[in-house]
Design a protein around this ligand. Sequence first.
Ligand code: GLC
Length: 463
Amino acid sequence: MKSNLPRSKFAVLVFATLTALVGLAQAQEPNWTNAAYQDAAWEGRGCTNDARGQWFRDAKFGAFIHFGLYSELGGYWQGKGPYDPSEQIMGLGQREQVIPWEQYQKEVGGAFNPTNFNAKEWVSLVKKAGQKYIIVTTKHHDGFAMFHTATTRFNVVDSTPFARDVIKELADECQRQGIVFCPYYSLGDWSAADVMDRKFASYQDYMRTQLQELFQNYGPIKMIWLDNYWYVKDQWQNDLAHAKELYAFIHSISPNTLIDDRVGGGAGSTDGDYTTPENQLEGARQSRYFEVVMSDTVDDNWGWVKNATNYRKPGDLICNLIDCASKGGNFVLNVGPTASGEFPKEHVAILEVIGKWTSINGEAIYGTTPAPECEVEAGGPFVCYSTKNARNVFLHVTNWPKEDGAGVVRIARIGLVGVEMVDGALGKVEYGSAVEDGKTVLKIKKPAQIDPYATVLRLTFRE
Ligand code: GLC
């Protein structure tokens, strides 16, 4: 929850959330940290409250990796560019718009040799940043498979000098390091003549065989990220029957896999288990599981762009992670590895900063739920988000009042025992508390030392 929303919007948001949650508690005094109460709240939000969803709602922070033949080009073709989005350089929405198909296959495929690719390094970087899962492009719109498939020779093993199964190495390494491996798979496919010729029935077989290969050879797969219904739109856009069939097919081979919303109705629809807003933090997603995916540069490029200088600031990304967690969703940061197979150094630097913050403040992020009982006094420079777990409420302060002022938070709960800094190295926090109308009113003074990005306070209450 954020104090700098317009007062009216803020009040409506708080009121709506509180009303929904209070309704669920069936007129009992809500016990905000009670596990059964929290489960009911998740169900009330339209989220699958079962073992399938548990890891997803605990994970909070993931990595997206766009790696494919397009990475070889870094957004440029024959001296022109950057083409945007770089991962779609071949077709930019339609087959053969920039690079003729034969040429893409031969020249780009023939050059693809990311010899510095090292799955262990990638997964270690991700893990150190505090990202709990990896979504990786197993096949993007160009139709090129980054895994060894029997369905086409247009894959990394059979038609590049690199000849290594990138996805296999990554899936195995994720397994070794305890990171959840999730394939991204494009439904549209510029390499499949059947799609281009609108012979969807035969393409459907091809696609299902590839999906089966992924589930059989690269599993276990807890989540799959299907994309790009729109390039096959004549057939599938808004075709909910097709979407249902595809969901049923995937669940027939892997019943516990979570599936995103980009199949029939597309991003933002109510299909699937979770919604996938891109590069935006606001939206209707708060009513169900959501995952905000964000490019690491301030644009809509997901594949690598050579010499990009517009990388996002780590502090902003930390705030985005907190914002998503405070609303009960996940934040996923994308990286486009380079032609040589490495994370760009700017991305590595971002991960280092985020990793330092998550390693100290992780208890206030992972496994938490929103804390709508915290109401931040709006209007001032004090910006504060809230989360909680079974024991504590956490306040994440990203902006403090001026030296002489205090940040005020009203919490619909009494029995406050204490407030501490999660980062003990920052020292103590001075605060005053009182009970007014059955709520704890907390006045927090700006501490002498604060975290440069978000200072997290741990509130403890008597049972
Ligand atoms: C957009 C892009 C697509 C990319 C996806 C990631 O939909 O068009 O290329 O893979 O975002 O969310």
